[in-house]
Design a protein. Structure first.
Lengths: 181, 181
């Protein structure tokens, strides 16, 4: 099953590399982003990993919810990986308007392997249809949860946010959910 | 099985995005790298994707073979992906000394999913041991071959190079193999 391998790949090839460095990245981001409002005044310093059950992924969070604005990127992390010199790992910072009317800074992104689930379900030769896709997303979420629970390097540096598509009628579902974490 | 999902992920999340742009990247690299020797005088303009059967991946090709030198990186490609703004995709250019004594330029890298196979075989809770790892690498190679054979966007822009570990005693096996392609 695809979910098991992609959950391990997402942990071993990404989260395990980037989560230990996240707090330092946020610190140096704040050093270069002094403005009228305090840097990261409100908002979690964890990586918010969005997992929509229907695998419908946007490339820009503000396309999903106009209470979300792209702010800037964290500084690049460059790591030599498998022959690629200085492969770049980075995260985007978003400013999210909460129901309290205040802005919350956060580092948020969709779990990239969900794009693979979505695209595989569109390719006939991949042998992976829409009905099993939702099941596989749920299995991916549970497997990833188990892996991260056992990971000392990643402890307390992330939140897995499962997004239910029953709320698709609420234009501010995503911002409300993010602020709730 | 893990190989099927990782082969599709490698194609849908990477090769399908980067291979169509590869030739243009090499052109603009040559425009900025005029030197005494002609740019890309000898050497393939395809992405050489190295697949060692034993999943033993180096992060720097020159660590494997001293007839290989890192030259420079191709220009960055920036693509908005799943909430990460301007995610960077790049490749490294290597100068490889052939048995003819001449330098060949090439864009080469290991198939990164093999790192997942290797790391999973080291984690007891992943349920993936060393004996099945070799089998899964071979299945990854065959699945990827089939996917790429059917891909119009990627046609003629890559070479899959399966590396057998029976040649581990030859310190120039990698450079000879690369020049052969
Ligand atoms: N958000 C996010 N930002 C990143 O920088 C990143 N890098 C990896 N990942 C995800 O982690 C997992 C492990 O990555 P790995 O490198 O082993 O496989 C990668 C790798 O083999 C190849 N690939 C993707 N991007 C690059 C890249 N920039 N350079 C080389 N190879 C790449 O294609 C596979 C699938 O990539 P994604 O489908 O984007 O998701 C990956 C994957 O689910 C990322 N996710």
């Amino acid at each position: 099953n695809v979910a098991h391998g992609l959950a391990w790949s997402f942990y071993l090839g990404y989260l395990r590399l980037v989560l230990p460095r996240l707090n330092d990245s946020i610190k140096s981001f704040c050093a270069t982003h002094q403005s009228s409002s305090p840097c990261w005044g409100r908002g979690s310093r964890k990586l918010l990993i969005l997992i929509p059950l229907n695998a419908n992924i946007s490339h820009k969070l503000e396309d999903e919810d106009d209470n979300i604005r792209f702010y800037d990127n964290l500084p690049n992390n460059e790591i030599d990986r498998a022959g690629v010199r200085g492969r770049v790992y980075k995260h985007s910072v978003y400013r999210v308007l909460g129901e309290d009317g205040k802005a919350h800074d956060c580092v948020a992104e969709y779990a990239t392997p969900l794009l693979t689930f979505y695209n595989m379900s569109q390719e006939r030769s991949a042998g992976f249809g829409e009905p099993e896709r939702r099941q596989q997303v749920l299995l991916f979420y549970k497997t990833l949860q188990n892996i991260l629970d056992q990971s000392l390097e990643c402890r307390n540096r992330y939140r897995l946010i499962l997004l239910n598509d029953e709320h698709d009628d609420d234009p501010h579902y995503l911002s409300k959910t993010i602020v709730g974490h």
